[in-house]
Design a protein around this ligand. Structure first.
Ligand SMILES: Cc1ncc(COP(=O)(O)O)c(C=O)c1O
Length: 296
């Protein structure tokens, strides 16, 4: 049973899973999600993902949340049942069910979905040759509208349009700036640039999702003694950088070799990028075991 869904306590094959028509994320995007990787039978950065989801739920004022420990147990049991050892967990949490914007008029019992699936975002060669990226015409939403640190389902409509714009330009990803014109992030990944041996990435206040892969890379660079700055990055900084790469749960660490037709350095993945990619690959061996004994 490799591709399965746990929905509000019931397990089913992916093809049988349906969402209630009145689900508040289905109607209004009023929900949060997490994408989590399974590497070699272990869940990567499990606690960090579940905690980010619960922090988001607190910020959005979701009520009647199941205890975090119960959520984790449900995820582990779903993974155990699926027997997927290399895959992707999609965790969705919505405010509840009911028509109308006003939360007080709906049943605020969150709907929870745990989907275990497989994933291959980019072909293997893309990790060797690197991605072409374009700057999209879509800006990240300002934090005083919808804080980009919230992995809110509704906000992704803009990212999907930005991704489609990148597709039309034949690019692998689309870069989004913030309202001030500083670099924020790509449609589904964080961005890092390297200049003179220093790694730089937009500060969280630039309007980015504080990516868990981003945090991992910052930690790995620290361990390797490579300086990292979380700072303000302009288009000039990117065009003039030596190397660049993107990070995300789905994309992992992938070189970015071109922006808007301009090459990063010599247009090939650089040495620091390759070092971080190798360190990341090694780090994926560390994770939370999916216990076979918990099979349901
Ligand atoms: C907009 C955006 N930025 C960055 C990321 C990377 O975050 P993470 O490393 O936690 O997957 C994602 C991942 O989904 C994303 O959607």
């Amino acid at each position: 049973m490799p591709k399965i869904v746990w929905f509000n306590g019931t397990l089913m094959p992916l093809e049988n899973a349906v969402v209630p028509a009145g689900d508040h994320a289905h109607l209004y995007g009023d929900g949060l999600f997490e994408g989590i990787r399974i590497y070699n039978g272990k869940i990567f950065r499990f606690d960090e993902h579940v905690e980010r989801l619960y922090h988001g739920a607190k910020m959005m004022g979701f009520l009647n949340m199941m205890p975090m420990a119960t959520m984790k147990q449900a995820i582990l049991e779903t993974c155990a049942t699926s027997e997927v050892t290399e895959g992707y967990i999609r965790l969705n949490l919505t405010r509840g069910t009911g028509l109308g914007l006003d939360p007080k008029n709906i049943d605020q019992t969150p709907n929870v979905m745990i989907m275990v699936n497989t994933l291959a975002l980019y072909p293997r060669e893309a990790y060797e040759t690197g991605l072409k990226v374009i700057t999209t015409s879509f800006r990240v939403m300002p934090a005083d509208s919808l804080d980009p640190r919230l992995k809110c389902i509704g906000r992704y409509a803009a990212n999907i349009m930005a991704k489609a714009e990148a597709n039309r330009a034949g690019a692998g990803e689309g870069l989004m700036l913030n309202q001030q014109g500083y670099v924020a992030e790509c449609t589904g990944d964080n961005i890092f640039i390297i200049k003179d041996g220093v790694i730089r990435t937009p500060h969280p206040s630039c309007g980015i999702l504080k990516g868990i892969t981003r945090d991992t890379v910052i930690e790995l660079a620290g361990r390797a003694g490579i300086p990292v700055e979380e700072t303000y990055i302009t288009m000039f900084d990117i065009y003039a950088c030596d190397e660049a790469f993107l990070t995300g749960t789905a994309a992992e660490v992938i070189p970015m070799v071109e922006l808007d037709g301009q090459l990063m350095g010599d247009g090939k993945p650089g040495p620091v990028t390759k070092q971080i990619m190798a360190a990341f690959r090694e780090e994926t061996n560390v994770g939370t075991d999916i216990p076979v004994a918990q099979k349901v």
